[in-house]
Ligand binder design. Structure first.
Ligand code: PEP
Ligand code: MN
Length: 292
């Protein structure tokens, strides 16, 4: 009875979010109701959220020392503040390049030493945790968004986690996955919209940009957008990246490759360094234009 009364009192404010209002109660760690203030995630000295915009860039996969160092230098010069590079790759086909694994992480660390950029890489299983000790931001890929054992273990590390939305997951499911991490004591979670599966076949996925303002209403976590996996085509990355910046995202994760035609993974969606530089400048101008 009491519960019903409380619910009645709240319903005015919450009617606009009616379809999620009951679930909102479950967002004990990340919910806007619990923390009015934005959570700021710190990856090394790089802040994300609460007005801090983060540019993550780099290749889909680390392929060689020369490749990762040259891309790292180029994206740094273009204004990126975090370097991405996959070492463990979740490929649809077991016959495709699976990543350089431990060696890939070693090369990524070399690129960090060379440029000073903190590094981001995808962890696929709890058994690899030790290998990721020096990785600054642990990425949970779309395919692992509901690997609850992995989420709980990451939550115990207290390290920053970049949690990507699953291919067919709702925003409620994404937030509950964030809860798996945060309920273990880790407040450092960045959410990432990377496109979902729909009937549209002109893009690799469909970028659900309304996820950005909705997630920011419901939770206090930073939300970034990955227009590379969302579209699958380099020519569509700049327009969608600009749209993401304009709708209030706290950052962008963009795949950049020095030789996209010969990339071992996701070449068609990779920007070349000069294209990234151009885009980065436009993003800065959009951010200025929408400043309060
Ligand atoms: C990636 O970022 O390289 C990746 C595999 O992304 P997603 O998990 O979103 O497919
Ligand atoms: Mn990729």
């Amino acid at each position: 009875m009491n519960d019903m009364n409380n619910y009645g009192e709240k319903s005015c404010e919450m009617r606009k979010y009616m379809y999620v209002s009951e679930k909102e109660e479950q967002y004990r760690c990340c919910g806007r109701q619990q923390h009015r203030e934005d959570i700021i995630v710190k990856t090394g000295s790089v802040k994300t959220g609460g007005g801090n915009f983060t540019m993550i860039a780099g290749p889909c996969s680390v392929e060689s020392e020369e490749q990762i160092i040259s891309i790292a230098k180029a994206v740094k010069a273009a204004g990126a503040n975090l370097l991405r590079g996959g070492a463990f790759k979740p490929r649809t086909s077991p016959y495709d390049f699976q990543g350089l694994k431990a060696e890939g992480l070693r090369l990524l660390k070399l690129a960090k030493q060379e440029t000073g950029l903190p590094i981001v890489s995808e962890i696929m299983g709890v058994n690899d945790l030790e290998l990721f000790e020096d990785v600054d931001l642990l990425q949970v890929g779309a395919r692992n968004m509901q690997n609850f054992d992995l989420l709980s273990e990451l939550g115990k590390t207290g390290k920053p986690v970049l949690l990507k939305r699953g291919l067919g997951n709702t925003l409620n499911e994404l937030l509950m996955s964030a809860e798996y991490i945060m309920s273990k004591g880790d407040t450092q979670v960045i959410l990432c919209e990377r496109g979902i599966r729909t009937f549209c076949e002109h893009t690799r996925n469909t970028l659900d940009l309304s996820a950005v303002p909705v997630l920011k209403e419901l939770s206090c976590l930073p939300v970034i957008v990955d227009p590379s996996h969302a579209t699958g085509y380099a020519r569509l990355v700049p327009p969608m990246a600009m749209a993401a910046a304009a709708c209030g995202a706290d950052g962008l994760m963009i795949e950049v490759h020095n030789d996209p035609e010969n990339a071992l993974c996701d070449g068609p969606q990779a920007l070349k360094p000069d294209e990234y530089l151009k885009l980065s400048d436009k993003i800065s101008r959009i951010r200025k234009a929408i400043e309060d």
